[in-house]
Design a protein around this ligand. Structure first.
Ligand SMILES: [Zn+2]
Length: 87
């Protein structure tokens, strides 16, 4: 699930069969609402949105996020509601 999330954030190709439809919807929604959570782009260069380290290549940032921040990302996604809360 973390790998899927990071791949979506980096706009890499994703294999939808690796996550449930519910998780995919939750992840898409989370990233749409929090576009800078995982990835910050400054002048076209990638930095980690969680700790600010960088610059990274896409692959470098993918590896950094999945190795260093996997637990944090998994926790955050689990806490994201599947559908928007009614105001
Ligand atoms: Zn980081």
């Amino acid at each position: 699930m973390v790998r899927y999330t990071v791949r979506v954030a980096l706009r890499l190709s994703v294999d939808d069969s690796t996550v449930s439809v519910r998780d995919a919807a939750r992840i898409q929604r989370f990233l749409r609402d929090n576009p800078d959570y995982l990835v910050k782009v400054k002048k076209g260069i990638l930095y980690c949105g969680l700790c600010g380290r960088g610059p990274f290549t896409k692959r470098g940032l993918y590896l950094h996020l999945t190795r260093v921040h996997a637990e944090e990302i998994a926790r955050t996604i689990r806490q994201t509601p599947e559908s928007p809360r009614k105001p």
